[in-house]
Design a protein around this ligand. Structure first.
Ligand code: UTP
Length: 292
């Protein structure tokens, strides 16, 4: 069996310009989907898959993320004094244990690839998982837990992919498939970041969940800026495809891009409808709003 990933990297240094003015003083990862910040869903998904250490690549103005994963001493003391045990339990469950969360700053927003590279010393020479927390995935079993099964069976690098309409491929990293390993898993022949529709090798996009080998860091170190003038993770992965196995895994679940207004609104509605404590009151209200 390959060495299993123990650490997760969460790049959260992006500027969130698509969500201004909301993200002027509040990091976009702290925007709330129903009753939890977006970042919390990705952290819980990684924890469910057995991840033990959580690495956040932050930037200026992202201090609220550190506070969110820390003990809120005054708040918890007040809750305790008032006998609010359920609320205290909720806070404890959502917090990584002492010493299992690390924060490193990406000093300039030079792109996702650069943000991942900033985590190299904390990750060290071992496989790791990478989550783009904007991509909230709703599924019965977490996407990372599913990917760990693929990794256990095939090793290498594993990339979660999903189908999108052909007219949307230009916004994403797109994979070219070769050998089929099972119904949901293929070996990857190549990748391209933000291709023109007519040049895209498929309509399978990279959806924000990765299991990567540490050799990616050496590639990122020398990676030149690509699409959008940013240092692109996809470009560094392309350079590694000739040397390492990359597997595309079509996960079970639905993705909501919470970095985008429509995706964020859809995530709130979908999550609310999936929650037994909220759905009964929310559904009739929603039906009234849409005139049914
Ligand atoms: P996005 O493409 O969503 O960019 O980044 P963004 O800057 O956050 O948002 P917009 O487009 O301006 O609205 C994808 C992921 O990569 C991280 C983001 O935080 C997000 O998780 N990222 C991006 C960084 O950490 N650093 C960067 O330099 C760029």
């Amino acid at each position: 069996m390959p060495q299993m990933p123990r650490k997760a990297v969460f790049p959260v240094a992006g500027l969130g310009t698509r969500f201004l003015p909301a993200t002027k003083a509040v990091p976009k990862e702290m925007l709330t989907v129903v009753d939890k910040p977006v970042i919390q869903y990705a952290v819980e998904e990684a924890a469910e898959a057995g991840i033990e250490h959580f690495i956040f690549v932050t930037g200026r103005g992202k201090g609220a993320i550190e506070d969110h994963f820390d003990i809120a001493y005054e708040l918890e003391a007040t809750l305790k004094a008032r006998g609010k045990t359920a609320e205290i339990a909720q806070l404890e469950a959502s917090r990584p244990a002492a010493g299992t969360a690390s924060f490193v700053r990406q000093q300039e927003p030079l792109g996702l690839g650069h943000a991942v590279w900033c985590a190299r010393d904390i990750v060290g020479n071992e496989p790791f998982v990478l989550a783009l927390p904007d991509m909230l995935i709703l599924s019965p079993r977490g996407c990372f837990a599913q990917m760990m099964d693929v990794y256990r069976a095939h090793g290498g690098n594993v990339i979660a992919v999903e189908e999108v309409p052909h007219e949307h491929v230009h916004r994403y990293g797109v994979v070219a498939l070769e050998q089929k390993l099972d119904e949901r898993t293929h070996r990857i022949a190549g990748m391209v970041e933000k291709p023109k529709r007519e040049e895209a090798p498929s309509n399978l996009i990279i959806s924000g969940r990765y299991i990567l080998q540490p050799e990616i860091f050496a590639r990122l170190e020398t990676q030149k800026p690509g699409a959008g003038g940013e240092i692109q993770l996809t470009d560094a992965m392309i350079a590694l495809v000739a040397e390492q196995a990359f597997h595309a895994y079509r996960f079970e679940g639905t993705t909501y891009d919470c970095g985008d207004k429509i995706g964020f609104l859809a995530a709130n509605v979908a999550l609310a409808l999936s929650r037994p404590d909220i759905e009964p009151a929310f559904r009739p209200l929603l039906e009234r709003l849409i005139g049914r």
